[in-house]
Design a protein around this ligand. Sequence first.
Ligand code: CMP
Length: 514
Amino acid sequence: MTTLAAWTWMQGNGEVDLASVTGRMAGVLAAYLLLTVAQRFLSRNQIIKSVNLQLNLLMLALLVLVFLKPVLALMNPHVGNAVVAAAIFLGIAIGLKLGDVLIFDVLARWRKRPQVPLVMRDLGRWGLAAIALVLIVREFFPGVNLNVLAVSSLVVGYIVGNATQDTLGNLISGLALNTERPFQIGEWVTVGGHTGMVVDTTWRATRLRTKADDYIVIPNSSIARESIVNFSRPTRNHGCYLTIGVSYETPPNKARRVILDVLANSPDVCAEPKPAVYLSGYGDSAITFTLKFFIADYARQDPIQSGVMDRLWYAFRREGISIPFPIQDCRERDAVRDELAARAAARDSIRDCLAGVDLFQSLSPAETDRLVADSKLQMFAAGETLCRQGEAGDSFYIIHSGRVAVWVAGADGNPVLVAHLGSGAFFGEMSLLTGEPRSGTVTAEGDVEVVCVSKRDFAGLLEVDEGLAGKLATLLEKRQTERQAKMADSAGAAGIPETSVPLIDRIRHYFGLV
Ligand code: CMP
């Protein structure tokens, strides 16, 4: 349309070749698009970004002047003058903006001067730009009466502005958004109560994609009026807050330790800034804690928070911390009897579990009873680490239900999967019996219940049964040989370190039996 209109208009001004005009205009458009794309890639710089719009227009004007010179020569000389005047004005506007940033941002920050308010800076810049505009109009259009021009522009502006208030408002706000750039495509924002990822910003509206995977189109004029929360700035990190209540029997420091441990081991929770736990209140039935931690991906906030809450439940259960809840129905309950019944049930589970382990087949009934009484039943959530390679370990685990994976660091430092262990299998025996650091990392593949035996309980058994250390050593040496054979198959896995001291002596020495 534009091309055709230009052509029709020029018919009255001289001879032109339609094909050549169309070709040149297409050339200008292509060159402009190319330069815009190049500029998008090159201008990561914040200062360049702030004059993006002016730079674009200046580029367009220069392209028109260079490529469409013959066409302009055919037109009314005012057209060419207008393009040159616009280019000069845009150049001055860019210079003013860069000068503004240099003086009030860079230099002021460098010399530690107080910041000049933005409005004052803008007014100053606009004043200088207005003077430049008057001078340019005078130079290029000497016949124009500036007074008449000012009054008629005001009247026309008033009429057009009233007639197209909404559209104009959106357009101007769109311009402002493009210049100010309070958000960019791909960033997560909340505007006017709507939260979503910015998909695009046109002259009319901005489109957000919500967590429910819906689009929300917000007119730019509304955005200009609303306050904007940008979750992706100043950094991609976003702080999350969760609250959880624990029973009054739990010492706050214990609860804090357990919560911090869960946060430190939760994937997707940033290590820096460090998570924090605040005791936020003493409620009717619970001590309330507020957890503050950072995530690097706002889009995954819900699953990450849910993962943290899951792990807290398991960790609290393992540590004997209860999460109180308001009880609606009134029941008479013998708390002591219930507690005893729960303990008896746990003991039965432990006894069943120990009965299936070859390591304990030689224990007398009395020794087994003692072991059952001292052991603890613990639950771990899928993905949790039960013991970590290189750490000190003084407990031994028998799997009651579920499955775990055993990982050993390879020569390149990457973990190599060496075994899956299921119900009835045991692990953690090497550290417990020799005092050496854990030889592997064990993680829960699903929810896992394990019987945990401490070094103290084992020491008691070794004291009453003198032959037990020997039996254990034989059994463990057999397992160790089997494991080393398996590990030789998995390329790169660093094996369980061999020592010249026999295992039985290492066990006796560690438990002080020599
Ligand atoms: P410990 O060294 O105390 O802690 C890690 C445990 O992982 C280790 O005891 C064994 O029980 C177990 N483990 C280490 N390497 C292997 C392996 N190659 N196969 C099976 N289990 C292993």
